[in-house]
Design a protein around this ligand. Structure first.
Ligand code: NAD
Length: 476
């Protein structure tokens, strides 16, 4: 393959066009920097699509399918209570997937349009860092390899599912989370390894569409990083919805045969086998750093492949930054990547607006949703903090009653003496939207009394947040 030297030098090259990469490239260009963004995502037909995992095979694809699944379930199970009746409801998975793909394509095109507006060179290729100034690119169509140069390089190549040799992905019976968003039929019996964020989000889709769904989770504690009162409530609701959650269950092997998968797992009672039609492996993600840099580049990684960075997202190579899922600076969530993308672009542009990692909201897009910001009750108690807690059930709000989505609660934790907000935890419909108010309040160092004294429109779901703050105020 020929190597040619492209004379065009850039101010910034961004590797990866997921949320971290595309937001960074756009901000760099807005700040007047000559920017290129290189991305290797492509579909079966070799067509490149900007947006990374988050858009093509993650959050957006997942919430698009969940919306279809919720409608299907409402029509098949909940219409009668509204005095409505529908007959012969059919499920067209191909059309459902097409709708999801159309949404993904439209959002991907928006990114491409922004790149065009800001004159960002968008290169569909595999990129490899050669040193702190040079990047080698191999176009997706395998045409000539080229070398690009830039004053600054931003690594944003994201993450991919961890594959274990015990549960080898065959893309037919044993599949990963990407494939699980592209099935052509509803499996009759489905097992998912991992009741983490991805496992739960996928379970919420396929269970609603009719799959008997079993989650196999190695940990004894359900959603161990989530506030445990909320996690307990989630466990109860998911189980009532029909999800089978087997905790303390470590999968040790999976074998296909006779168009089924036999999953072998261990728990306190010994070793067991489970036969299912499909197995989804959702046991975690790893950073995409394997072929990101040549050995000569000397990019420092940790033993798990995360790129080593300082608090300003700078790697050990001068002028080279790493953002998003590639680093351990925060959790693998899209909005963390976006904020880091903007932060690094602004640093290069001579500004310094650091990120408040303590106030990154977390969301699990199931139905009901789970969302939180700040510390959990168990973490605060472990730190010996003096705290007070206010809770409010969604059931007590008129809006939840009117919509029939009454499950869940809001929990506010404040400092017992200063009343400063320390954590807000929500389980309920639209929790992902409600949490924004709590993030803003905490960003402005509000007390729980500030929330209680803020007028909330009535009747809204946000009244549950207000209610939890008032419950706290009434305690003082
Ligand atoms: P995770 O680490 O959240 O969950 C994986 C689970 O699999 C763990 O609980 C682990 O104990 C379990 N597990 C691992 N091996 C197992 C085995 N052999 N048998 C049984 N259980 C096993 O990982 P994930 O759900 O794959 O998500 C990866 C990352 O992506 C996370 O950081 C997550 O926050 C992020 N993500 C976020 C969102 C969102 O913000 N809504 C959506 C998708 C992914």
């Amino acid at each position: 393959m020929s190597k040619k030297h492209i004379n065009t030098a850039f101010d910034v090259i961004v590797i990866g066009a997921g949320p971290a990469g595309y937001s960074s490239a756009i901000r760099c260009a807005q700040l007047g920097l000559k920017t290129a963004c290189i991305d290797n995502w492509h579909n079966k037909n070799g067509k490149g699509n900007l947006g990374g995992t988050y858009l093509n095979a993650g959050c957006v694809a997942s919430i698009a399918l969940l919306e279809s699944a919720k409608i299907y379930q409402s029509i098949t199970h909940k219409l009668k209570t509204h005095g409505l009746q529908a007959e012969a409801v059919t499920l067209d998975i191909a059309l459902m997937m097409q709708r999801k793909n159309n949404i993904v394509d439209a959002l991907s095109k928006q990114i491409a349009d922004s790149f065009a507006t800001y004159k960002i060179d968008c290169i569909k290729a595999e990129a490899k860092l050669l040193n702190e100034r040079r990047v080698e690119i191999t176009p997706i169509d395998q045409s000539a390899v080229a070398i690009l140069e830039a004053k600054h390089i931003i690594l944003a190549s994201g993450s991919s599912p961890i594959d274990s040799p015990c549960t080898p992905i065959d893309n037919e019976f044993i599949i990963d989370s990407t494939m699980a968003l592209n099935l052509d039929a509803v499996p009759k019996r489905l097992a998912i390894i991992g009741a983490g964020v991805i496992g739960l989000e996928l379970a919420s889709i396929w269970n609603r569409l009719g799959a008997e769904t079993i989650l196999l989770e190695a940990q004894d504690t359900f959603l161990s990083l989530t506030d445990q009162q909320i996690a307990l409530e989630a466990y109860r609701i998911y189980t009532e919805q029909g999800l089978e959650l087997r905790l303390g269950t470590r999968v040790i092997s999976a074998k296909k045969g006779n168009k089924k998968v036999t999953v072998e797992y261990q728990d306190n009672d010994g070793t067991h086998a489970l036969r299912v039609d499909k197995l989804i492996v959702a046991s975690g993600r790893k950073p995409n750093s394997e072929n990101l840099a040549s050995a000569e580049a000397d990019l420092l990684l940790d033993e798990n492949g995360y790129v080593h960075v300082d608090e300003n997202c700078r790697t050990n190579l001068p002028g080279v930054y790493a953002i998003g899922d590639l680093t351990l600076l925060g959790p693998m969530i899209a909005h963390k990547g976006i904020e880091e993308g903007l932060f690094v672009a602004e640093q290069i542009g001579g500004r310094h607006n650091p990120i408040n990692y303590d106030l990154l909201p977390s969301v699990i897009f199931t139905e009901p949703e789970i969302a939180w910001v700040g510390q959990s009750e168990q973490a605060l108690r472990a730190m010996g903090e003096s705290i007070k807690i206010g809770t409010y059930s969604l059931n007590a709000t008129a809006r939840a009653q009117a919509t029939g989505k009454t499950e869940g609660m809001v929990k506010i934790i404040a400092h017992a003496e200063t009343d400063a907000l320390l954590g807000v935890h929500i389980i309920g419909t639209q929790a992902s939207e409600m949490i924004a108010e709590a993030v803003l309040a905490m960003e402005f160092s509000a007390s729980s009394e500030d929330l209680a004294r803020t007028i909330h429109a009535h009747p809204t779901l946000a009244k549950a947040l207000h209610g939890a703050a008032i419950a706290l105020k009434n305690k003082t």
